[in-house]
Design a protein around this ligand. Structure first.
Ligand code: SF4
Length: 229
């Protein structure tokens, strides 16, 4: 199952690279479909690729990405153990906000990624990404705790846990301690989120979570092996 999920995500990335369904497709250097462990419990969602991501074809590779890595390290996670993607897969020119029509054109890819990944927690990073899951929510009021209101696109049993965007903490250093506290709160919320996830999936959920945990252990092993080389 995890291998099938990885293959389906890779096939989706090929479709995304070929997509020209909105004007961003002809303006970007390369698409940024997302990356990480197909078995990740934690999915981090940004708004759209920036210049560094557009050049690399990978999400969160600039200064904000480095801070994201540090924040993950705080709770004992490394990037290969989570999955990171954006709501919109191609870079808007000059890093402008994506237009509603562009978000709508790309929504099918996000929907299919969520259906494949079925994460325990989705952490939208910043207000724009949060809007894709909870259009009326404010990041200033909802960050750092499991979201309690109505959501859309969130798979059954998945907990939405909004966080400030790491770039916001780079612009405003006062937000960094908040982000660090919020990451700690996310780690503490994980056991309850796992229970909710299991209940939503019944017996099948138990089976898939065991598969995910086993695969996550394999990912961790690979990580240690690659670091040892
Ligand atoms: S942003 Fe999304 S919909 Fe627009 S071209 Fe890129 S992949 Fe296609």
């Amino acid at each position: 199952m995890p291998d099938e999920r990885a293959a389906a995500l890779a096939a989706l990335a090929v479709e995304i690279e070929a997509c020209r369904a909105c004007p961003l497709g002809s303006q970007r250097t390369q698409s940024v479909p997302g990356e990480g462990s197909p078995n990740a419990e934690l999915l981090l969602v940004g708004e759209a690729p920036g210049a560094h991501e557009d050049a690399a074809g990978r999400p969160f590779v600039g200064a904000a990405g480095k801070l994201l890595d540090l924040l993950l390290n705080l709770i004992g996670l490394q990037r290969p153990q989570v999955y990171v993607l954006n709501v919109v897969k191609c870079r808007p020119p000059e890093n402008r906000d994506p237009e509603p029509t562009e978000i709508a054109a790309c929504a099918g890819f996000l929907e299919r990624q969520l259906a494949l990944l079925q994460p325990v927690i989705i952490a939208p990073l910043g207000r724009h990404a949060l809007r894709a899951f909870a259009p009326e929510a404010k990041i200033s009021e909802t960050h750092g705790a499991p979201f309690q209101g109505e959501t859309r696109q969130t798979p059954a049993g998945t907990t939405l846990f909004p966080l400030y965007h790491p770039a916001a903490a780079l612009h405003n250093g006062a937000l960094r301690p908040t982000l660090e506290r919020d990451m700690g709160a996310l780690a503490r919320a994980l056991p309850a989120a796992r229970s909710t996830w299991r209940v939503a999936r019944g017996g099948a959920g138990e089976a898939s979570l065991s598969e995910i945990e086993a695969a996550a252990e394999r990912d961790q092993l690979r990580l240690f092996e690659s670091e040892a080389q």
